[in-house]
Design a protein around this ligand. Structure first.
Ligand code: SAH
Length: 544
């Protein structure tokens, strides 16, 4: 049985789950249309690695000067049409150098219709080129080959130009179609883009294969997408802060279906690298293509630790890496690796801060339903079923009234600065009982998430995600918020401590450490005491 999808990403229960907004229908559809984006994508030389702003014209003049290659005269002398020019560009890019005089036969193969660089901007400019083998189109604007005072000649010229525009549009549409078909073919067959092969070194345990397999099917992604609290928080933050995303280079670590990448592209990002090591990346590619965003988003299959990103740094890292009790799955380790390797020094992490909270719990209904239930099952005792029930963290959504104390933060994770080493920790905590309760049934752990548009934003220490009205977006996974697919971690205590009175305090230390048998699982240890009572308690729970 596959454990990860069952444990990490179970759908919220139907009662409180998805009623409000099935497909995120809170009006964003209307805002999805972008403000006009002016993309100025640098164009790479066909021979060397230099890139030029200002379009193809600058590349061609550089080629003439530096590579002794005069594009315009080659086009004219060989009488190249639109497709020939596409092939010539790809031919040069593929072979990187041209020895001797170039001949049309050298690049007539259909293989050269396939772009060497995905979304190669130079190809998109070929229609602006000297289509008739002579005058560049925009040159007609300043040097008109007619007497403009002659209306008949002007009309004739307009007709000619209109025809030329029509032909160019047809050529371009055909080219886009050919590229699209080719793209789909490649999406179906290709496996690795910019990725190094990922092999498990001999003798090293493989905790990954099952993990990434668990993300390859639809169900787990459907659950996440239908978690509207989660998905809408990302969407709202990204769409509310288009000024932050506009023109930026973004990396989506663990893109899944590509949803966060598409939000970023729609918000005006110039380039998004969508990385995932699960087979779901094939679906992401299709989804991105279907929505016409493949000119902005590039999908890269592979572990973020192993891929080679085609850029040195990115402006923003967006990722939904959170697991049960926040750190289950250990995906944050990968996101921090990506941050340290690729994020620009002033770059932004989305989300920007998470907080882990703990509270005392007393809930007789919950205990009856999950533990005492085994005392009488259709008239039979099944005590054996209870034996290990308190050894594992149970994932469940509680009522606010289940909490016997206010929650308290035991770990703050500022995502721009936190180090991987800090994800294994022991932290002190103290909670205060709100009203007399018969017993301490469990500790409850959950997390809050903050999305700030600036890495300098400070979230006040006493902020509550459910009511936070700061700059940005926040949500809680606690009992005080609408249910998310993470629900809460319930850590039932073995030793009851009897009656607890209002104002009584429980203090202790809370430890998170990786499970010795699987680095994606972990153990939580709580050492605690009721202040004023002598007895010390210690218990370990497994998150698996
Ligand atoms: N961003 C998507 C999916 C989030 S689930 C969404 O918000 O809906 C996390 C995804 O991260 C999974 O698809 C998983 O395969 C991927 N992932 C986890 N660790 C990764 C790593 N080290 N490298 C690449 N992808 C990773």
């Amino acid at each position: 049985m596959s454990k990860l999808p069952n444990i990490r990403r179970s759908p919220p229960s139907s009662e409180s789950g998805n009623a409000e907004s099935d497909s995120g229908s809170s009006g964003w559809e209307d805002q999805n249309e972008l403000d006009d984006q002016e993309e100025t994508i640098p164009v790479k030389c066909v021979f060397c690695d230099l890139k030029f702003d200002g379009g193809a014209a600058n590349v061609w003049s550089h080629c003439t000067k530096e590579h002794n290659f005069d594009w315009h005269s080659v086009v004219r002398s060989l009488g190249l049409d639109f497709y020939d020019k596409v092939k010539l560009v790809n031919y040069i890019r593929k072979n990187a150098s041209i020895v001797g005089t170039i001949k049309k036969e050298d690049f007539e193969s259909e293989e050269y219709l396939q772009p060497i660089i995905e979304d190669d901007p130079i190809l998109l400019e070929l229609d602006d080129d000297e289509e008739d083998g002579g005058v560049p189109v925009d040159a007609t604007a300043s040097v008109l080959p007619i007497d403009v005072s002659d209306p008949a000649a002007a009309t004739a010229l307009i007709q000619t130009l209109t025809q030329q525009i029509h032909d160019l549009e047809t050529n371009f549409a055909n080219y886009k179609k050919a590229v699209a078909e080719d793209y789909l073919k490649r999406a179906e067959t290709s496996d690795v883009v910019y990725a190094r092969p990922s092999a498990v070194p001999e003798g090293k345990r493989d905790d990954d294969t099952h993990y990434f397999d668990s993300y390859s099917g639809n169900d787990i992604h459907e659950t996440m997408l239908k978690d509207t609290i989660r998905t809408e928080a990302y969407r709202d933050f990204i769409y509310d802060n288009k000024n932050v995303f506009k023109g930026k280079v973004v990396m989506d670590v663990g893109c899944g279906t590509g949803i966060l990448s598409m939000f970023c592209a729609r918000a005006g990002a110039a380039k998004v690298f969508a990385v995932d090591n699960s087979n779901i990346i094939d679906k992401a590619r299709e989804n991105i293509f279907e929505n016409g965003l493949d000119n902005i988003i590039t999908c890269i299959r592979g572990k973020v630790e192993e891929i080679i990103l085609p850029v040195k740094q990115v402006d923003i890292i967006v990722s939904e890496w959170m697991g049960y009790c926040l750190l289950y799955e250990a995906m944050l380790d990968s996101v921090l690796y990506a941050r340290d390797k690729y994020l620009a020094p002033d770059g932004l992490m989305v989300p920007s801060e998470c907080r882990l909270l703990v509270a005392a719990m007393h809930d007789s209904d919950y205990m009856n339903d999950s533990v005492h239930f085994w005392n009488n099952v259709y008239g039979f005792r099944m005590s054996g079923m209870k034996e290990r029930i308190k050894e594992d963290v149970v994932v469940a959504h509680l009522k606010p009234s289940s909490l016997a104390s206010e929650p308290t933060v035991f770990l703050d994770l500022p995502l721009h600065t936190i180090k991987t080493g800090e994800l294994v920790f022991t932290k002190p905590f103290e909670v205060e009982i709100k009203e007399n309760v018969e017993s301490l049934d469990a500790f409850v752990i959950y997390f809050d998430n903050y999305f700030s548009p600036s890495r300098k934003s400070v979230i006040p220490a006493n902020a509550k995600a459910e009511t936070w009205a700061g700059e940005g977006v926040a949500f809680t996974t606690g009992p005080g918020g609408k249910e998310t697919h993470w629900r809460q971690g319930v850590l039932m205590v073995q030793d009851g401590v009897g009656l607890l009175n209002t104002g009584q305090k429980i203090t202790g230390d809370l430890t998170y450490r990786k499970s010795p048998s699987n680095s994606r699982e972990f153990e939580i240890e709580i050492d605690w005491e009721v202040v004023g009572k002598d007895k010390k308690h210690k218990q370990v729970w497994h998150m698996r």
